[in-house]
Design a protein around this ligand. Sequence first.
Ligand SMILES: Nc1ncnc2c1ncn2[C@@H]1O[C@H](COP(=O)(O)OP(=O)(O)OP(=O)(O)O)[C@@H](O)[C@H]1O
Ligand SMILES: [Mg+2]
Length: 332
Amino acid sequence: MNSVIEIENLTKEFDGLVAINHITLNVGEGEIFGFLGPNGAGKTTAVKMLCTILNPTSGSAKVCGYDIVRQRDKVRECIGIVFQDRAIDTFLTGKENLDFHARMYHLDRKTRQKRVAEVLDLMDLKGKENMRISDCSGGTQRRFEVARGFLNHPKVLFLDEPTLGLDVQARRNLWDYIKLLNEKEGITIILTTHYMEEADYLCHRVAIIDQGRIIAIDSPEKLKQAVGLNLISLQVAQDSSGSLVDSLKQLSWIKKIEARDGSLELSIDGGEERIPELIDFADNRGLVISSIKLYKPSLEDTFLHFTGKTIREVEGSLKEVWKAWMRSRGKR
Ligand SMILES: Nc1ncnc2c1ncn2[C@@H]1O[C@H](COP(=O)(O)OP(=O)(O)OP(=O)(O)O)[C@@H](O)[C@H]1O
Ligand SMILES: [Mg+2]
């Protein structure tokens, strides 16, 4: 696979604060690649450097083969961006916004009309194009922003927190358009998110980023596997799980057994194939399993595994810092 993005030891410091700390990675053509991390992890800073909005403190990166510092204009020609903060003219209609953007790229009238119709079609915005943006729902506004982002046929599209602030339905809806865009137009997509489900659903590969450092990079599947153990929760019909616990200890692939709310939770080495084995095992001892469920680790568990904390704990602690700062301001 050809690399569209090559990042080497990229670093950004703001007055002594290291927002991005020596990151090195490549992104292949046609990939949907995600930066997953909590607030303040450095995701936007990384994207801004790749989009030539910020200069790195040290290290280097190439986008579509062009250096982000020395060949800024070339980089800009081959990318599209959807910023974390909304940046669309709410007094204009969706179509006017798209048309204006197309003019900035110097597309002639005919090409402009054709391309605007294409992107409206792909993002399923036909029928909404003449509504003023301020009258559109948050999800539709965001879809217009994404449509604008790939108007100029970019090779790489950057989406910084594309679904932040959208409700669950609008978020899922946008995910499907992002997938479609990647498949139909073959665009490489770099997105940032702090939603585990988003990274899991959309990304071919994910970089888990925490305090400016990349902690792990792999497919969501592999990252989850790295956490290791799956969990089986089971209930037996008879009230004799005590004897079951003793015999289960014979099975080497069961690493831990815990009784919880009338169920047994088994940390297991393996997956689905263990379920029939367990049913047979209980059956041979005259026990009937009344319910059995397999839980695989989520990306949330993965984040915990690699960083030692949950993504919510990190965001929670940032909120505390923020609240304390606001309180101290109030006292001043
Ligand atoms: N222009 C700036 N000047 C000083 N510090 C900055 C600047 N931009 C970002 N930072 C700091 O760099 C760190 C990383 O910020 P960044 O916005 O890249 O994080 P993020 O992962 O995008 O967070 P979020 O999920 O909240 O969008 C933060 O501590 C932030 O306060
Ligand atoms: Mg950000």
